[in-house]
Design a protein around this ligand. Structure first.
Ligand SMILES: [Zn+2]
Length: 363
């Protein structure tokens, strides 16, 4: 069944922040047309704008997401009890995206990244905001949230996610869960030394998760680990086995006697530095979202670096440069120049991701 093959996203969905069944419809369009959508981690209105510009130029939908730490940076300097500042940071970012996404004429999935057991209060706070938002606008603030209980037992992971999913589903919020562990280090979580068997999910585990979540609704995605690692390492250090995803799809189809060949929406974490072949293979097995953070962090920094290198002699003092000792440097040290260079560089890297994920011109 490939009902959406050859269809364009905007023939079916509206621009702006998607929620409820529309999120799942976008994933179905992606699956039927074998592309994945880049999910970029943002930390400021600047990186949000860069992401929106990239999606606009790629003429495709985009996933914009905040990690817990990224949300904290959105309200940087605000010191409040518990997760409060991070709740406010994420809400602030969400409002920025809501305001601009439809003006850019692109469909956007607004998402939060890894939330482990100890930061579930962050999700609780965001759900309270979305429930209030829902009363006013008949839609949630976020399209989806990820719960990452992969450090707990499978039973606890699935039970907790199912409970949260029931609450989220009432207001049209999708869920992403994690099975197995993404290796490497990101946002203060260090999994560089975990037992390597945990880096590979078993089809039976995906089947159990599929059962637990689909009893609530179809609007979920699963980040199953297949050797993927956060961060960028020397080539050859990461042993990806996307076949795990294929085996899981086949196992679930067979167990449940489903018509669909690829019932699961898979998410690819730790995609930075992956080969084009691994990406293509993972997409062919039902990966519809790929997270990108490390490579866009580098690109943002690289844009700053090249700006400073280019105008180095104009950035040493407020007055005085190679054009004359009285020449003012204001137009060079205006922070917008530096930040624009960073945004431009991040945008180009994101467009490269759209290309690698077969996600160009999908609107
Ligand atoms: Zn991740």
């Amino acid at each position: 069944m490939t009902k959406y093959k050859g269809k364009k996203v905007l023939d079916i969905l509206k621009p702006g922040v998607l929620f409820g069944d529309d999120v799942n419809t976008l994933y179905k369009i992606a699956k039927d047309n074998e592309f994945a959508i880049p999910a970029v981690n943002v930390v400021s209105s600047s990186s949000i704008n860069s992401a929106l510009q990239a999606a606009c130029e790629a003429n495709s939908p985009m996933i914009i997401q905040l990690s817990n730490g990224g949300a904290g940076f959105m309200s940087n300097g605000l010191s409040l009890e518990g997760q409060r500042a991070k709740v406010l940071g994420a809400v602030s970012a969400a409002n920025h995206v809501h305001l601009l996404a439809s003006e850019y004429n692109i469909p956007v999935i607004l998402h939060t990244d890894h939330a482990s057991k100890k930061i579930l209060p962050w999700i609780d706070g965001l759900l309270e905001y979305s429930e209030e938002y829902f009363k006013l606008h008949n839609r949630p603030l976020f399209s989806s949230h990820m719960l990452d209980l992969s450090e707990e037992s499978l039973e606890e992971n699935l039970n907790t996610c199912q409970e949260y999913f029931k609450r989220m589903n009432k207001i049209g919020i999708n869920i992403e869960i994690e099975l197995g562990i993404t290796g490497g280090e990101e946002d203060g979580v260090d999994n560089t030394n975990v037992d390597s068997s945990l880096l590979y999910t078993q089809p039976e585990e995906v089947y159990k998760a599929y059962g637990a979540l689909s009893s609530v609704s179809d609007n979920f995605t699963i980040a199953a680990s297949f050797g993927n690692v956060h961060g960028v390492y020397k080539p050859g250090n990461v042993q990806l086995t996307p076949k795990i995803l294929d085996n899981s799809q086949k196992f679930i189809k067979e167990q449940l006697d489903l018509d669909e060949d690829k019932p699961v929406n898979f998410v690819f974490h730790g995609g930075s530095g992956s080969s084009a072949n691994d990406l293509r293979e993972a997409i062919s097995y039902g990966v519809i979202k790929m997270n990108i953070d490390t490579d866009t962090q580098w690109a943002y920094w690289d844009g700053m670096k090249s700006y400073v290198n280019k105008y180095n002699d104009y950035l040493q003092s407020q007055i005085g440069n190679p054009d004359g000792e009285d020449a003012p440097n204001k137009k060079y040290y205006d922070p917008r120049k530096l930040v624009s260079s960073a945004e431009e560089s991040m945008k180009y890297r994101l467009i490269q991701a759209f290309r690698e994920l077969n996600c160009m011109n999908k609107n």
